[in-house]
Design a protein around this ligand. Structure first.
Ligand SMILES: [Fe+2]
Ligand SMILES: [Fe+2]
Length: 144
């Protein structure tokens, strides 16, 4: 695996971007599609929890918290905004694509081996990321 510290930082950023994005999506569909909004709310909470795990991991290994949380949350909100004009179906497909990529990256990191608190977290969050990646299929098949 690549050096651990930048990987933890990169993971934390992605979780915060996801949190900001899904928070915004949950708000957008609160009135018009409450079920979808609930799913986004759950995804936002899930990513927030993942971010907290990486934050704790960083503090444990290096004695400090990572900064930039509000900036990356804001970037997530911006990414949701930038997709607002797309048809919902395409929007969901893009989001599921990003989550599928996250699943692939986590699987690759775990396959490369290594033993650290960071790897423990990756193992723990993998099922959640797979569930996030299923959003598009769940929506197309009428489960959301
Ligand atoms: Fe996550
Ligand atoms: Fe995710």
């Amino acid at each position: 695996m690549k050096e651990l510290k930048p990987e933890i930082l990169r993971s934390f950023r992605m979780e915060m971007i996801g949190t900001g994005c899904y928070d915004a999506m949950a708000r957008r569909y609160e009135a018009s599609r409450p079920e979808l909004s609930k799913r986004f709310r759950a995804m936002a909470d899930s990513e927030r929890g993942h971010g907290a795990l990486f934050q704790k991991c960083h503090a444990g290994l290096y004695g400090s918290k990572m900064s930039g949380e509000s900036f990356w949350l804001f970037m997530g909100k911006l990414s949701a905004l930038s997709q607002a004009l797309l048809p919902l179906k395409m929007n969901l497909k893009i989001l599921s694509g990003v989550e599928k990529l996250a699943v692939k990256q986590i699987e690759a990191a775990l396959a490369a081996g290594g033993n650290s608190k960071f790897h423990d977290i990756l193992k723990n969050i993998l099922p959640d990321e797979k569930e996030h990646a299923a959003l598009y299929n769940d929506w197309v098949s009428g489960k959301v």
